[in-house]
Design a protein around this ligand. Sequence first.
Ligand SMILES: [Fe+2]
Ligand SMILES: [Fe+2]
Length: 465
Amino acid sequence: MISAERIPNNVNLSSDKRLQRALEHWQPKFLHWWREMGPHGFQDYHQVYLRTAISVDPSGWAHFEYVKLPEYRWGIFLAEPVADRRIGFGQFKGRPVWQEVPGEFRNPLRRLIVTQGDTEPASVEQQRMLGQCCPSLYDLRNLFQVNVEEGRHLWAMVYLLHSYFGRDGRDEAEELLARTSGNADKPRMLEAFNAPIETWLDFFAFAMFTDRDGKSQLLSLSESSLDPLSRTTRFMLTEESHHLFVGDTGLSRIVDRTCQLMKQSGFSEDVRTLGGIDLPMIQRHVNFWFSLSLDLHGGEISSNAANYFINGLKGRAEEQKHADDHVLAEDVYMLGSQEVPMRNALNEVLRDWYQQDCLHGVERWNKKIAGHGIDFRFVLPDRKFHRHIGVYAGQHFDPSGHALSAEEWERRRDEWLPSAADTAYLKSLQAAPVFEPGRFANYIAPPLRGINQKPINFEYVRTEA
Ligand SMILES: [Fe+2]
Ligand SMILES: [Fe+2]
């Protein structure tokens, strides 16, 4: 038996016996999955200084305490309802939002929820070995915070499946634990979630760029006419911003350290002799994770995207900021020189939003580099570069968007994307994990401040006495 108190929630779980039974059945499977596929080597003897959401008001969702990872209280939270909320776009614009799933949209809604849900445990699986090679206790704690919250995001989607999709929903909830990242027979649904993340540079780039795709998707789902989906994803966004912070500041701290080392070595570009990560290598990781995350937004021209919008299932990010009629029956989008009905180009519209959001981070890092007096600028690669989904899949472009032959692409690929040698070098840097409070691996600068106003040398992860 599980008690409702073990699952902090604001959905009145103790009064919903049917839902409680369904979750009772699912929870042991989740915990089994977490032990098998969650952070390796940190399940039983370590306590982590984590934030647990215990309610959705500002004082409640940031409750900090030491917990063992398997004892984290994964809860179910929906953002507070908006009184008289109306559908904000598509053919039903202006009508009241739905509290139940309309029969005719059951399949596409289930598909949207399952696709989102599948990414959450996938990233935990991808990152499960990183604790073994952490650059500091501060970073280790942040990794685990991201991991438990991705676990909670899985709970959030499973809550929707159990509550609104009956038998099919329960089956899907089981499948979310049956697929695993990189598994030959049952892989995760989306490609970016099937490769292990073995280096901390990859982890930070993933949290910066791929979690930001999560933000794109959650923003557009939070516009949904299905009110429980909207409220669930709205609360997930508050947690997602911490993941983006971890990625953005992690990369920024590596950049900072690299610049310091460059200055020490008389502005040499090659900081490897000093045990640093050179800026071009960071750029290759930006190229890789940005391009994979562009793919996650789907094809440029998409009838699915059009149907989701027309039927009010999934809107644009920040729908109300768009100065149009939110119906888009007549609007067009210019895809290069091609005119496309706007509704069919909504993946591309979301990608535009995403690219802008990424750009802010890149500009911040560039300011930092300039502040060190170093002449180097990061750039986001062209949207045609290294794509596997959409109209540019199967073609080759350099990061500036110039077409290349297959031979030239093969010859020059390692200039633009992380190579096996890059990964081997990064692994050599992180071979000795840093578990001493306040100490940081040589390749990364300390953060400006600690978590929850604790000092930087706080023991963010401790072994049980
Ligand atoms: Fe998530
Ligand atoms: Fe995330």
